[in-house]
Design a protein around this ligand. Sequence first.
Ligand code: UD1
Ligand code: MN
Length: 438
Amino acid sequence: MRFNLRKIIVFCIAVLTLWFVLMYSSLFVSPQPNRQNNVLELEKRIEGIRNQLDDQVKQSNSLLSKVQKQLKKTKHDKTVQKTQDAYDDQNSVSRPILPVLVIACDRITIKRCLDNLVKFRPDKETFPIIISQDCGHNATYQVIKTFTDADPTINVVKQPDLSDIPLSKPKVKFKGYYKIARHYRFALNYVFNTLGHEAVIIVEDDLDISADFYEYFLGTYPLLLKDPSIWCISAWNDNGKNGLIDLSRPELLHRTDFFPGLGWTLRRETWLDLEPHWPEAFFDDWLRDPVNTNGRACIRPEISRTYSFGKVGVSKGLFFDLHLRYMQLNMEFVEFTKLNLSYLLKEVYDDALTSEVYSLPELSAEDVMSNIGSGPVRVPYSNAKSYQRAAKKLGLMDDFRSGIPRTAYRGIVSCFIKGRSVYLAPNYEWTKYDPNWG
Ligand code: UD1
Ligand code: MN
């Protein structure tokens, strides 16, 4: 037993000594590099974990954005489908009556206008013609009578108030515009209140029409009924010169915040809102102020369905020679009543336009004109000055009304130059027009 105890004690001492030696060597034999190694190792591992976490966050984010995109697309597709279905339903509603109101004064060349209105009219019942004559010009009245005598669906009414409009000296030169506004008020009240029509197509006596003029207004009429953000349909593209339009797309239509006039449809409902505030003069510019039309839009074609031959008019010949003379009248008949035009409804159009335009490459107006590159582009502008500079360079009209450039929709002006779509677009987040522009 004693012997065993000794043995055990010796054994324990030996083990303890060995353990001591080992501990000593692990603690004191080159301790610095080892600790550094450990710290470096730890840092490496932390770095690794951080990288892994970063990767995972990145993956989750991209997955999340994919899911969000898909959700948005599904929602958008559903809206598009719903609006398309609703649009088709609306289209199947019984045919409307769309009278054509011709605003006349003292031009005997109204014959040219009436000849075309009669020639292209597909259906007398749908499109009765009402001529309203101002100015008391007998020779013009005699021309009009040859049409009304020949066809009971063509009628004439005379604007009864031919009294002079007293104006202060500086305003006298604008008397014509006062008379026109007075005449429009009478003629529209006559069509809507006396005759009780629901809508009207307004034409001036110096306009030619395209062969598909009636088809255009009949086909687009459902848009006017369906979309409360649209108040007018116009046959006119203010930038409709050859060289600024896509001649291969006669079916293409656009929304615009700039009232184009020159052949347009107006609903009775809208007239009842406008009439109490109707201006004494410059009614067209008045209609271009968003305040008067509740910021609503018009529809306009890529290629105009009217052409103005009125060189001698109230605004004189300068505008005609500089501008109107070069407008392109559409030559290809489009069956608008058979087209689905739901892409023009606000809930479809606005997002589609902005996402298309802002995904395009940028190009300066100069580079567009020197044929740099190909395919659709966005020409950015930042203020009235840079807009006008670019518009001038591209050959577009560069004037504003109530801060709105001609043909603009939400600040974007679309045209077609040298075989490509060009969009003049704000390089800032557009919210509204600035009436101080222009
Ligand atoms: C311009 C516009 C026209 C707008 C008018 C009013 C163009 C190309 N034309 O007239 O669309 O309606 O400004 O701001 O942009 N008229 C009368 N009574 C008159 C004089 C004219 O009823 O005392 C009639 C004419 O018959 C015609 C219309 O008003 O139908 C416009 O007259 P016009 O002489 O053609 O003037 P624009 O300079 O073309
Ligand atoms: Mn005119």
